[in-house]
Design a protein around this ligand. Sequence first.
Ligand SMILES: Cc1cc2nc3c(=O)[nH]c(=O)nc-3n(C[C@H](O)[C@H](O)[C@H](O)COP(=O)(O)O)c2cc1C
Length: 337
Amino acid sequence: MILLETSMVFSRIDLGAGLILKNHFVLTPLDMQLSRENGQITQRDLAFHRSRSRDVGLDVVGSAYVDLAGNTAPNSVAVDTEEAIPGLTQLAETIHQNQTKAVLQLVHAGRATNKGATQGQTIIGPSSIAAPFAGFPVPEALSDRAVSKVMNQFIDAAHRAERAGFDGVELHGANSFLLQQFVSPVSNARTDKYGGTLVRRLRFPVELMTRLTALVKSFHHDFALGYRLSPEELIADGMSLVDTLALARVLDDCGITYLSLSLRNYAQTSATMPATQTEIVTLFKRVVHCPVMVAGGVKTGPDVIDAGQRSELIGIGSALIKDPNWLKKVRNELNVD
Ligand SMILES: Cc1cc2nc3c(=O)[nH]c(=O)nc-3n(C[C@H](O)[C@H](O)[C@H](O)COP(=O)(O)O)c2cc1C
């Protein structure tokens, strides 16, 4: 979709699955680490989302952990137990008071965490291979049973988000967390049906999304399913654009509501395939039918127009953290009524 008029990014958009947004702007998932030590929602969480979701069409609440062993950082939001539901309900209501839709991002960190964040819980991963950065432990490889347990934790978390009144969930398949670890050949050395060929490495996220689609059918009402991915890993033999374009295509076939790209800059080209000068967002737009969200470095009015030419949804992170009135100012700058 090419937006020809500036004002279109400020107009309504229907993503399907009940996500009718008042405009094309999204508060990107942000783990602000404002929750209690047990992950319950605080007044500071509510205040942050009240002020930052006011002007955008969609607020994706960042990094809610589906199991304490998969927490990415201290004081992140929890969705791992029934006790999390009352706080999450207040959070969803707070966002809805702004006529903004609310999606909860579900995460399991896999090997990309530490015992401080997991409060001593065993750190797990697809295989016993540590992340190639200082300070990350060697994870315990998931057994067959443990793989299904983690998948069930995601399903239970999505069900809790629905009962808390969220309009959908987004799987955090980006930033080197567990779902990405299954897709990446450098973190997944499994020899069962979840490792080896590309088809097998994609199996965990695809099976999970298929099960979530079945769960949503059982709700008998609209509920959105988004997926966020990092398009490529910048390490030797890491997950490539070919891998993630294939993943996007299969997820699209599963019926995801939107695909979200985690980028440093919304207009960046591939670092691992320099021969292609086509921007990464355009490559993904070519392989999926669902709406795409692009984020990374949208800071000014011209950036907004530029990003709006590339994808349906424009994710804003840092600019809105710094200034809750950022979108109003951009609107004025662009002379939109
Ligand atoms: C403080 C902070 C926390 C973040 N937490 C998350 C997160 O929980 N989940 C996620 O997918 N991305 C997270 N991100 C990445 C943002 O969603 C976004 O993709 C990135 O900041 C680029 O957009 P920007 O240039 O508008 O900030 C975080 C970024 C920041 C600055």
